[in-house]
Structure formats: C-alpha cells, structure tokens
Design a protein around this ligand. Structure first.
Ligand code: FAD
Length: 481
C-alpha cells in the first residue's frame, strides 16, 4: 500500500484556508484519496488579515470587513460552507469626499473613483472650473496618449482628466483600497479596465462608461446583485468556520510557529522539508501563502526570481474604530463613508492622516444600534507611516481631532480600538505582473506553489481564488509523483 501524500501550507490567511478546502475536496470532500494537509501559521490564530473581535458589545472585523459580491469566489466559498444564510448585503450606498474643507458627494457612476461623465461632476461641488473643463474636453476632444503594456493609474488619469480629478477623486478611492499612490500603482495589475480604456485612444470616460460596472483586478466572471457582502457575524467568521470545517476533515493546524526555512530533500518519498523552531516536517508538496517578503526569505536562496518577491513593497495601515453616542454625532445623512484626498491641510503645516472614514453600522445592519454609532477611521499609506510613531492613545486622540475637522464637530468616543496592519498591503507597481510571472516560473521549476494577495489581486475574493487555483496546481504535482 502506498503512503498517503502530504502537503504543508505555510501561512493561514484566507488564501491558505481556501487552498486547504480545495485540496480536501472542496464541496465534495473529503474523499478516501484526500491528502494529508498541515497548515503552519506564525501568528497565534488563523485568518491573517481576516480577523474579528468583540467591540462595544458587537462582533466587528479587525481588518477586511466586506467583500465584493460581483466577483464569484468569496460567495461561492460561503455557499460551499453552507453559510449562505449569514450573507448580509451592504445596506448603504454613495459616499462623501472631503474637498476644500467640506463634505461633497462622490459623483454618481464613478468607476473606482474615475468619473464616467462630465455631467456627473456637476453635483460634486468643490471642484474647480478647470477640472470640469478637463472632463468636458475628454468627452469632446480627448487627449491622445500612447499607452504601452502598462502605465501608472496616475499617468493615465492625469493625462486624460487632469491633476485635480486624479488627486481629489481617483487617488482617494483607488489609493484608499490599496493604501498606495496612483502614481505608483500599475493600471495593468490594479485597474485593467482603465488601461484598456486608455489604449482605446478616445474618451476615457466614455470607454469606461461602455464597460459598465468595474471591479478591481483581472477580468473574470461577474454577477449582478449587491455590490458588497459581509457575514452576519463578521467576515472574520468565514476563516473561523473554515478552520472548523478543515479540522473536521483532518487538516492539522499548527499556530504560533513561524516557518523558518524550506528545503528540497534530496532523497526519498518526500520532496520537501519545512523547518520551524521546534521541528522539521517532511512533505510531498509545499504551498507558500505568506506575505511576499517572507516568501522571498524562505525561497530566495533557491531561485533568484523568488528572492525578487522581497522587493514588492507593502504598505502599513491602521484602523481606529470608535463607538460614539448617536445623539452627539452629526454625520452626513446617507452614504458608506468619507474619502480624504492626500495632503488635505490639518492645522498650520500638517496634513490629515485619516485617509477614509467608514460608517460601519450603516454599511452592515447587524452592527446597528439605537444608542450608539460605530465608525472606523483608516490611516496609513505606502508613503505615510506617521501613525507608526504614535501610541494607540495618541493615534486615537489625533484621529478624533481630525474627525472634528471633517464633520465640523466630533464627540469624545465611548470606546475605541486601534488595530495595526504593518507591511500588510502589497503594492502592485508597474512591472508587478512581470515579477509575479517570473516568480511563478521559478516556483514551478522548484516544484513549489505560491498563493496570496501579492499575486492575483488584493481582496478576499481574489485571495480565495488565488488559493484555490494554487491548490489545483499542488494536486497536479502530487498526481505526477
Ligand atoms: C487592513 C486591511 C483591510 C482590508 N480590507 C479588505 C476588505 O474590506 N475587503 C476585501 O475584500 N479585502 C480587504 N483586504 C484584503 C484582504 O484582507 C486580503 O486580500 C486577504 O485577506 C489576504 O489573504 P492572504 O492569505 O493572501 O494573506 P494574509 O491574510 O496576509 O495571510 C498571510 C499569513 O501568513 C502568515 N505568516 C507570515 N509569515 C509566516 C511564517 N514565516 N510562517 C508561517 N506563517 C507566516 C501570517 O501570519 C498570515 O496569517 C484588507 C487587507 C488589509 C490588510
């Protein structure tokens, strides 16, 4: 009788858990031939950037708090786990932007912050006549632009629609999702629809309008219906439920145990050795789902193209969640939150650290409560780590005083929570696709597989898709042994 094949998955973010689900038979598993899977995680709990906690008597997410419904991967996994009854659609729409010291409505019909008609800008007060003229010109006499296989998002939007629209509207939205700068981010990797629209040569806005609803990341199947979902007990519950289901399938979880080295073994049944401080685990295949710098440390000595993953910069961010008395806070009547353009002045020579504010309990009905309001302020960008120098108390005080500027007044919070995400949002800069392609080729030569948010898009659906696709690659390696 042949020995049961085994796989070690390094990391336990949602990409790793989705991979384990796929490897153990997905909706139909486990079966007799299911491989032995061990997940080794450095932190003391599974889930990576998908975590929840109790705050102000409610279950809130510490990181990701919702996922795009129009990409199928997350919804499909939720359904396979039998959690469809917990899906909760976003219950607010529209957003505000803090321009020239006032809250202005984000124009209707924007594609990731890029306006899709000059007329839609009429309602957005605070933009200069020059910005509106740029938009009008794009519709009637579009600027020509030579676009090669890639360009930064900033390059495209600045050329076609001018600096003001680029930095006051587009950067707060796209930069906010990626915690990066539009002048660094690759259109090919982050916003391929924009690249395609620019390459068409005509009006950028008309081309985006013709493409219909736009979602980040590579093209793929889309569905209609709500734009975002969460789960009634928080997105963090998805990873917890996955862990429970995977344990029931015999998947072994080892937490608080960083993997320190990966080695090819020269002989025998097992091809890999996985080192931690306490043990060496042998495996037929290894799936590495760690942040790119860690993956580079683990595999860079074996293949230079894998070492190059260490050059992918990752932005740090923090989320400051506040619970305030409903009667004491004055927020705009509608919307999911507020976007803040970079460099917005704060006091004499300073600028706001807050990049966005999310009205948590408006977005997700299960968090709503008659007495109090839950808001979340986001701070940190690829080039703004000022928050790192502040203690949690200092950061909370700073955020509260910034919110007092944004909302004209803001009360002392009843409760607050700071969650920090250091070096956790990979920046897809121009050339990112080439780095990933080279790394994947090198990984294939070694017989190791990679998954996670550094490769196939940032976001829960993209990460789930990345994990599941990688798991199918691992299965092929195992089948060939
Ligand atoms: C602050 C923040 C907010 C976000 N908000 C949203 C959102 O609202 N909606 C959305 O769709 N997406 C959001 N995202 C993105 C989404 O959370 C990610 O795309 C997804 O969770 C990434 O999963 P992953 O498995 O690729 O990586 P991660 O979740 O980063 O997992 C990597 C894991 O590897 C572990 N690890 C590291 N080193 C080692 C080692 N040496 N040995 C073993 N394990 C190791 C880490 O501890 C971690 O658990 C957000 C991300 C962040 C950071």
């Amino acid at each position: 009788m042949s020995a049961r094949k085994s796989v070690v998955i390094v990391g336990s973010g949602v990409s790793a858990l989705a991979a384990a689900w796929e490897l153990t038979g997905a909706a139909n598993g486990p079966v007799d031939t299911t491989v032995r899977v061990e997940v080794i995680e450095g932190a003391d709990r599974v889930g990576g950037a998908v975590q929840r906690t109790t705050f102000a008597g409610r279950e809130i997410d510490c990181g990701a708090d919702g996922f795009l419904a129009r990409r199928p991967e997350a919804v499909q996994l939720v359904r396979e786990l039998g959690l469809d009854g917990q899906l909760e659609a976003i219950s607010a729409s529209g957003a505000w932007i803090f321009i020239r010291r006032r809250l202005r409505a984000v124009p209707a019909g924007v594609a990731l912050g890029v306006p899709t008609s000059a007329a839609s800008l009429k309602a957005t007060k605070g933009l200069s006549p020059r910005a509106r003229a740029h938009a009008w010109r794009d519709e009637h006499f579009p600027r020509s632009m030579q676009v090669a296989s890639d360009a930064t998002i900033g390059e495209i939007v600045r050329t076609k629609l001018g600096n003001e629209i680029a930095y006051q509207l587009v950067e707060p939205m796209i930069g906010g999702i990626q915690a990066g700068r539009i002048d660094d981010l690759s259109a090919a990797s982050v916003f391929p629809a924009l690249l395609q629209a620019a390459r068409g040569g005509g009006s950028l806005m008309k081309a985006l309008r013709a493409q219909g609803s736009v979602v980040p990341g590579p093209s793929g199947p889309r569905s209609e219906g709500p734009v975002f979902y969460t789960l009634r007990f928080g997105v963090g519950s998805l990873c917890e439920q996955l862990e429970v289901a995977l344990r029931a399938r015999g998947v072994i979880f080892t937490t608080s145990t960083p993997v320190t080295a990966l080695r090819r073994s020269k002989t025998g049944f097992y091809r890999w050795e996985v080192d931690t401080a306490n043990a060496t685990t042998a495996a037929n295949a290894v799936l590495v789902c760690t942040p790119p710098t860690v993956t580079a440390q683990l595999l860079g000595a074996l293949e230079p193209a894998l070492g190059a993953l260490g050059d992918i910069a990752s932005a740090s961010a923090a989320m400051v969640t506040l619970c305030v008395k409903r009667t004491q806070v004055k927020l705009p009547p509608t919307g999911t939150g507020v976007l803040v353009p970079l460099g917005t002045p704060f006091k004499e020579s300073d600028s706001l650290m807050v990049t966005a504010v999310t009205f948590l309990d408006r977005k997700w009905p299960h968090l709503a409560n008659d007495e109090t309001v839950l808001l979340r302020a986001h701070v940190g960008r690829s080039d703004d780590e000022r928050f790192m120098a502040l203690s949690d108390d200092e950061l909370t005080r700073r955020v509260v005083s910034e919110l007092a500027l944004i909302f004209s007044t803001f009360p002392e919070p009843l409760e607050s929570l700071v969650v920090r995400w250091p070096h956790s949002l990979p920046q897809y800069r121009v050339g990112h696709g080439d780095v990933v392609t080279a790394a994947r080729k090198a990984a294939a030569r070694l017989g190791v597989t990679l998954a996670g948010m550094a490769y196939d898009g940032v976001g829960i659906p993209a990460s789930i898709g990345s994990g599941r696709t990688a798991a199918r690659g691992v299965q092929e390696i195992l089948d060939a042994l």
